[in-house]
Design a protein around this ligand. Structure first.
Ligand SMILES: Cc1cc2nc3c(=O)[nH]c(=O)nc-3n(C[C@H](O)[C@H](O)[C@H](O)COP(=O)(O)OP(=O)(O)OC[C@H]3O[C@@H](n4cnc5c(N)ncnc54)[C@H](O)[C@@H]3O)c2cc1C
Length: 327
């Protein structure tokens, strides 16, 4: 017999952790599976050899939603995040540069993953386990993994990007939920270290450039450690057209683009590069979340709620409200 309170959650990013916390608040037992070594997903940081911590995924997040604010206050605590008091610029397609829109922007401290680490402190997450299929059995849902089957579970929440979610469920579920309508865009991310501080007058800038979409002085964020580290994002068109280019070539091209655009004379002394295949939603519908008619499978994540960290929270919070009731 399936225990009706047993819920499987695939993915331990902000959406998966929000869903797990809401499920637990409602008296269910969430069991989380995460393919990576730890929680966080696209709220990602990397340690560098010189001891810095570089944000390779989300650059900052907003806390406009009062329920998100309450969840962070209840479960993350004050030490896990801080305001990033940054000077941010925006370049429009005519090349005019102005201030980025005003907002309170937060970052995890001492690194981005501090937020998801804190949110996950009360769960034993099954990390390093990739789910390859979600299958209905007479006694509930079974998850297929390389280490053997898991379950049965009364319900399953999938928080992976849509391209990965489509591979987990039957074609009939893909069709009934309209999953083919969702697509994510890639993003090449490069972190560069310089020996001397760069002083372009801003901490972050959104660009209308043929290669670069965003550059930020990682070092300007609180508690990021030593070294002059910058994070660069290629825009989605460039990332898409260089999807299969070798990472060393991508790093060289992005470095040259950055140095030329800001007239930087000194060479970079170290770099980290990462390709996000599924970085941001490509537009399309924003239903908030998806759930099968029988309520056995639910999907949530940023791609269902306009992208961004706060969108991921709102998507999971809305699915949880429908499935478990509003706390
Ligand atoms: C380069 C970049 C910059 C960004 N900048 C910003 C920003 O400045 N501000 C902002 O608000 N947002 C930003 N975002 C978006 C933000 O990071 C996301 O909106 C948010 O983190 C998504 O959370 P999620 O839980 O929906 O998905 P994810 O964080 O992607 O979580 C999904 C999880 O599922 C796991 N998973 C996938 N497949 C499987 C499987 N088969 N089995 C088990 N586990 C699996 C993954 O490992 C991952 O941990 C950025 C994203 C990128 C990539």
């Amino acid at each position: 017999m399936t225990d009706n309170t047993h819920i499987a959650i695939i993915g331990a990013g902000i959406a998966g952790l929000t869903a797990a916390l809401r499920a637990r608040e409602a008296g269910f037992t969430p069991v989380l599976f995460e393919k990576s070594r730890g929680p966080g997903g696209r709220l990602a940081s990397k340690r560098t050899q010189d001891g810095a911590s570089v944000d390779m995924g989300a650059q900052f997040f907003t806390i406009r939603n009062s329920r998100f604010k309450a969840l962070l206050a209840d479960y993350a605590g004050e030490e896990a995040l801080q305001l990033w008091d940054a000077t941010l610029w925006h370049e429009n397609t005519q090349g005019a540069v102005g201030s980025f829109h005003q907002a309170l922007r937060y970052v995890g401290t001492p690194r981005m993953t501090a937020v998801t680490r804190a949110l996950s402190a009360n769960f034993a997450i099954n990390t390093g386990i990739r789910i390859t299929a979600v299958t209905p059995e007479p006694d509930g849902w079974t998850l297929t993994t390389d280490e053997g089957p898991q379950g049965p579970f009364a319900r399953v929440i999938i928080t992976t990007p849509p391209e990965q979610a489509r591979n987990l469920v039957a074609e009939s579920v893909v069709a009934s939920l309209g999953l083919e309508a969702f697509r994510m865009l890639p993003c090449w991310t490069l972190a560069l270290r310089f020996e001397q501080a760069l002083t372009p007058g801003f901490d972050g800038m959104q660009l209308a450039h043929e290669c670069l979409g965003w550059v930020a002085r990682n070092t300007s964020k609180p508690q990021r450690g030593a070294g002059e580290w910058w994070v660069l994002h290629a825009n989605s068109t460039w990332s898409e057209s260089h999807r299969d280019t070798a990472s060393s070539e991508v790093a060289a091209a992005m470095t040259t683009a950055f140095r030329q655009r800001f007239d930087i004379q000194q060479p970079a002394s170290d770099y980290l590069v990462h390709r996000w295949l599924y970085a941001r939603p490509a537009g399309g519908p924003t239903p908030g979340f998806l759930s099968t008619a029988e309520g056995g499978i639910g999907l949530c994540g940023d791609w269902l709620a306009g992208g961004r960290v706060e969108g991921a929270f709102e998507s999971a919070d809305a699915l949880a409200a429908q499935w478990f009731g509003q706390p």
